[in-house]
Design a binder for this molecule. Structure first.
Ligand code: PLP
Length: 444
C-alpha cells in the first residue's frame, strides 16, 4: 500500500462511519479506497483493478465513466446544477418525468421525485395513506363497499408487507420491512404492519378479506426480495396480488428500487406478469448509477384525490430539498437513452443466457447450498461452515483475485453492470467460483 493510501486509510479510521458496517472489525483491517472507474472496472488508490461485480451496490447500469452520461452532466452543469421543484419546474425533471411515464407499466401517469429508494418508499406509503383519508365515495368496488356499509375510508391506515421484505432504512420503510437483523431493534419506533409470507396467496387473500377495511395498501418487491438474499417469489404471485388488491379495494405498491431498469431482463419486473401497480418506487438504477435521484410513480386516480381548493388541505405536504435535481435528472435522461441506443436489454438477455449456462457448474462446490436467479440478479447461498462470516471471507478472496463483491450474510450476490461484456462476465463467474472453492477448501 502506497503512502497516499496509508494517509487516506488513516482518515477513514479516524472519521468515517460506514453504512451497515461493524466498525470495530472494519477498523482492525486495511480497506480498499476507490479512486476511479471505467466500464465494468473500479481502480483503488494503489492502481489495482477490480471488476465491479455488484454495480456499486446495484446502481451502475452502463458502466463507470460512461461517455454520454458524463457529457449530459457536464452539459447540464453549464446551465444550472440545482434549482428547486418547490414552486418552480426545471427542464430535465420535466423531460425525465415524461420519459419515465412512457417506459413505466401502462396506467401510471404522475411522477413524484425524491432522492433514494427509502424516500421513494416513504412517499408511496404516505400517498397511499393520505389517498384513503381523502377519498369519500366508494371507488372501484361498489359492491364490496356497500356490503360492509362503508361511507368513508378513514379506517384504511394499515399496510400489508411480506416476511423478509426490505424497503429501505428510514423509519417508515423499516416499519414495512421484515428482516429482523436490520429492523428488530427499532420496533418501539415503528408503526405496525400486517405480515404475510411471500408467495402465500391464501394468506394474502385471508388478510385482505378479513381486514380490507383497515388496509391502505400492500407493498411488495416484485419477483425477487433482493436484500433478503435474492429470495424468489413463485411465478404468478405478483399477478395474484394485483387481482386481490383490486378485488378488496386495497392499493398495490411495487418497490422496484432493486428490480427496475433492466435487472430482470425487462425494464421493470412488473412487466413479467403484465400488471400495473397503483404506485411504483424506483431509485437505484434510475440515473445509471451516477447520482441520487428516485421517483414514486402514481396513477391518475390517486393523483386526483389530492386535488382541491388550497383551503381543503388535500395537498401532499412532502418534499425533499434536492427533489428533481437537474444534474441527476440529466444523468437519468442520458441513461434511459442508452437503453435504446446500445440495445441494452439485448445485452442483458445475452448475459442471462450465459448465467443460465454457467451457474449450474457452481453446484459442484460442496459449500454451495442453493443458486437463485431472477434475470441478471444472482444469489449463491453458501452452507455455513461453523465459523462466522463465510460470505465475507469469500468476497475478500474475490478481491484478491480482482473482483468486488458484497455478500448478504452467506449469500454471494452477483449483479454486474448491464453493460458487462460476455468475457468480463465469464471472468467474474470464474473469480467467484475460485473464491468459494479456495475459501471453503482452507477450512476442510
Ligand atoms: C436498496 C433498496 C431500497 C432502499 O434504497 P436506498 O436508496 O438505499 O434508500 C428500497 N427498496 C429496495 C427493494 C431496495 O433494494
Amino acid at each position: 500500500m502506497n503512502k497516499r493510501s496509508q494517509r487516506l486509510l488513516a482518515l477513514d479510521k479516524k472519521h468515517l462511519w460506514h453504512p451497515f458496517t461493524p466498525m470495530r472489525e472494519w477498523a482492525a483491517h486495511d480497506q480498499l479506497i476507490i479512486e476511479r472507474g471505467g466500464g465494468s472496472y473500479l481502480y483503488d488508490t494503489d492502481g489495482n483493478k477490480y471488476l465491479d461485480g455488484v454495480s456499486s451496490l446495484w446502481v451502475t447500469l452502463h458502466g463507470h465513466r460512461q461517455k454520454e452520461i458524463d457529457q449530459a452532466i457536464r452539459a447540464q452543469l453549464d446551465k444550472v446544477a440545482h434549482s428547486t421543484l418547490l414552486g418552480l419546474a426545471n427542464v430535465p425533471a420535466l423531460e425525465l418525468a415524461a420519459e419515465l411515464i412512457k417506459l413505466a407499466p401502462p396506467g401510471l401517469s404522475r411522477v413524484f421525485y425524491s432522492d433514494d429508494g427509502s424516500t421513494a418508499v416513504e412517499i408511496a406509503l404516505k400517498i397511499a395513506f393520505q389517498y384513503w383519508q381523502q377519498t369519500k365515495l366508494p371507488t372501484s368496488n361498489l359492491k364490496l363497499q356497500n356490503k360492509s356499509k362503508i361511507t368513508n375510508f378513514k379506517s384504511k391506515t394499515k399496510f400489508v408487507t411480506f416476511v423478509n421484505a426490505y424497503h429501505g432504512d428510514t423509519i417508515g420503510s423499516v416499519s414495512v420491512g421484515g428482516i429482523d437483523l436490520f429492523h428488530k431493534i427499532y420496533r418501539p419506533l415503528l408503526f405496525k404492519s400486517l405480515k404475510v409470507k411471500m408467495g402465500d396467496a391464501a394468506a394474502l387473500e385471508n388478510v385482505l378479506k378479513k381486514r380490507h377495511r383497515e388496509i391502505a395498501a400492500v407493498i411488495m418487491e416484485p419477483l425477487v426480495q433482493a436484500a433478503a438474499g435474492m429470495l424468489m417469489a413463485p411465478r404468478g404471485f405478483l399477478k395474484k396480488a394485483r387481482q386481490l388488491c383490486t378485488r378488496y379495494d386495497v392499493l398495490l405498491i411495487c418497490d422496484e428500487v432493486a428490480t427496475g431498469f433492466g435487472r430482470t431482463g425487462r425494464m421493470f419486473a412488473c412487466e413479467h406478469e403484465g400488471i400495473t401497480p397503483d404506485l411504483i418506487c424506483v431509485a437505484k438504477g434510475l440515473t445509471g448509477g451516477y447520482l441520487p435521484v428516485a421517483a414514486t410513480l402514481a396513477t391518475e386516480k390517486i393523483y386526483r384525490a389530492f386535488l382541491g381548493r388550497p383551503e381543503e388541505n388535500r395537498t401532499f405536504f412532502h418534499g425533499h430539498t434536492f427533489t428533481g435535481n437537474p444534474l441527476g435528472c440529466a444523468a437519468a435522461l442520458a441513461s434511459l437513452k442508452l437503453f435504446k441506443k446500445e440495445r441494452r436489454l439485448d445485452n442483458v438477455r445475452k448475459n442471462i443466457k450465459l448465467l443460465e449456462k454457467e451457474l449450474p457448474k457452481f453446484r459442484a462446490l460442496e459449500q454451495v447450498l442453493e443458486i437463485r436467479r431472477c434475470g441478471a440478479m444472482v444469489g449463491i447461498e453458501l452452507r455455513p461452515d461453523g465459523k462466522p462470516g463465510l460470505g465475507h471471507r469469500v468476497i475478500l478472496e474475490a478481491r484478491r483475485r480482482g473482483a468486488i463483491l458484497r455478500p448478504l450474510g452467506e449469500v454471494i450476490v452477483l449483479m454486474p453492470p448491464l453493460s458487462i461484456t460476455q468475457a468480463e462476465l465469464k471472468k467474474l463467474l470464474n473469480i467467484t467460483y475460485q473464491s468459494i472453492e479456495t475459501t471453503t477448501a482452507l477450512i476442510r
